[in-house]
Design a protein around this ligand. Structure first.
Ligand code: UD1
Ligand code: MG
Length: 461
């Protein structure tokens, strides 16, 4: 009786596990790095898939890795995934079986994901789980395509899935089917592992196919169903060309997303985003702006063309560029400005402060209402360590100042142009850090006369 009650509870709220297959050799990528660690939108594909599993409510995630993919194993561990090793690689069904020991105590739903298929939406994956909740024995994510090529074909009869046939093993009639297998499939743990035990390798590839479990489960009296995903979403990456395709698909999604959120993109196709870019409404992004990971842009901010922004926060109504580079730790407050050819790293730029031209500001804390003149450089690095520059509110930094850190410029201080400032400047003081100018009356006229005379002598000799 107790057992039965427990079973009912699990039906309503079953645990979810994801098994991510990542043991393939990925030879077509021609890379020293494993395929699944290549990035789309600045995030490795393996991390995309782990994020998908988490977003879809997976309580446990097991990555299946091969012995040669040491980099994949390290990344999977860093992502907090459990590890199962598949050696040798005998096919996708065998790969899932390799996760069985890890999941020995697990009796919820298992979804299988491929680490080289990074762009599946969690809402689509939830529909696969919904298939199980609706009573299916196995639920598969399929997609319609005009180019089914080598994908497995989903054979449906009366809305139910009969089986999946791999292209290599398919009859001409089956090859004509355009509903294909994405690779994502879910079943209860017991159902999946029991069916896998019955899978053999009597097929064209002599592999243990995961896809065979559909027919096995169906023949055991349960139903199998397919949910439809968009073709772009389930794009599997096997080569650099596929990687570029996936990147293009992701970028288009991001562009649509931000425009729908009320962001103006002046030339959407030339603007590049990362997986975690955040932009508030009424921001205006000019052509050829690239957002690396960790960038956020506040409401009404304007990013002029050709800026590179990574790990940086841009406040409300700030103005950036053209041609500005904001590096990790740059934090520009409301209404601040970073103009053309300005690079900012690990620095806070206070409200309304302006760094309009040709500057490098690193490891600095700039107060509010500060004017940093053209060509100002924070000399933050001595070859061994980085040092901090602090600039108080309302200070005026003359053009072409070299601020040799560690350094504190007081509030309201005024720095004359061209200074090499090595000592702290008190509030409201004038600091001049340059050689005193000497004017020599009539010198230029005398110089020209002497040179002209010499030139004439040379030409006459
Ligand atoms: C698989 C499906 C096919 C589907 C297609 C979608 C099978 C038998 N076929 O074919 O129906 O249309 O994906 O892209 O499942 N892997 C391992 N260990 C192995 C073999 C593969 O971990 O022994 C991993 C790979 O690293 C990869 C994934 O499983 O992440 C898929 O393997 P792959 O060989 O690319 O399968 P396909 O032939 O593309
Ligand atoms: Mg494949």
């Amino acid at each position: 009786m107790r057992k039965h009650n427990k079973g009912q509870k699990m039906t309503k709220n079953r645990q979810r596990a994801a098994v991510i297959l990542a043991a393939g050799k990925s030879t077509r990528m021609k890379s020293a790095k494993s395929k699944v660690l290549h990035e789309v939108g600045g995030l490795p594909m393996l991390a995309w898939v782990a994020k998908l599993a988490r977003d879809a409510g997976a309580d446990r995630i097991v990555a299946v890795v091969g012995e040669i993919n040491a980099d994949v194993r390290a990344s999977a561990e860093a992502l907090g995934l459990e590890i199962a090793v598949q050696e040798p690689q005998l096919g996708t069904g065998h790969a899932v079986q390799c996760a069985q020991d890890c999941l020995a105590d697990f009796d919820g739903d298992i979804v299988v994901l491929y680490a080289d298929t990074p762009l599946i939406q969690s809402a689509t994956l939830k529909r696969v789980y919904d298939g199980l909740d609706a009573g299916c024995g196995v639920s598969v994510m399929g997609f319609e395509t005009d180019a089914p090529a080598a994908y497995g074909r989903l054979i449906e009869v009366g809305g139910n899935l009969e089986k999946i046939v791999e292209a290599k093993d398919a009859s001409p009639d089956e090859l004509a089917v355009t509903l294909c297998n994405s690779g994502v499939m879910a079943a209860r743990a017991g159902t999946m592992f029991k069916a896998l035990d019955a899978v053999d390798n009597k097929n064209a590839s002599k592999e243990y196919y995961l896809t065979d479990i559909v027919e096995i489960i169906k023949n055991s009296g349960e139903t199998a169903k397919a949910v439809r995903a968009d073709e772009g979403e389930v794009l599997g990456v096997n080569s650099r060309a596929d990687l570029a395709k996936a990147e293009g698909f992701f970028q288009d999604q991001q562009r649509q997303h931000f425009m729908e959120m009320g962001v103006t993109l002046k030339d959407p196709d030339s603007i590049w985003f990362s997986w975690d870019t955040e932009i508030e409404r009424d921001a205006v992004i000019g052509p050829h702006v690239v957002f690396g990971p960790g960038a956020s842009v506040g409401e009404g901010a304007v990013i002029h063309p050709f800026c590179h922004i990574e790990g940086a926060t841009i406040g409300k109504d700030a103005q950036i560029g053209p041609f500005a580079r904001l590096r990790p730790g740059a934090h520009l407050c409301e209404k601040s400005k970073a103009g053309n050819f300005v690079e900012i790293k690990k620095s806070v730029i206070g409200k309304g402060s302006k760094i309009n031209h040709l500057s490098y500001i690193g490891d600095a804390e700039v107060g509010e209402g500060v004017n940093v003149g053209a060509g100002t450089i924070t000399c933050n690095y001595d070859g061994y360590a980085k040092h901090k520059t602090t600039i108080g509110d309302g200070a005026f930094i003359g053009t072409n100042s070299s601020l040799v850190a560690p350094l504190t410029i007081g509030a309201g201080a005024y720095l004359g142009s061209g200074g090499v400032i090595t000592e702290d400047v008190p509030d409201d003081a004038l600091a001049l850090g340059r050689a005193k100018q000497a004017n020599k009356e009539g010198w230029a006229k005398r110089y020209r006369a002497a040179q002209e005379k010499r030139k004439a002598k040379r030409e006459n000799s």
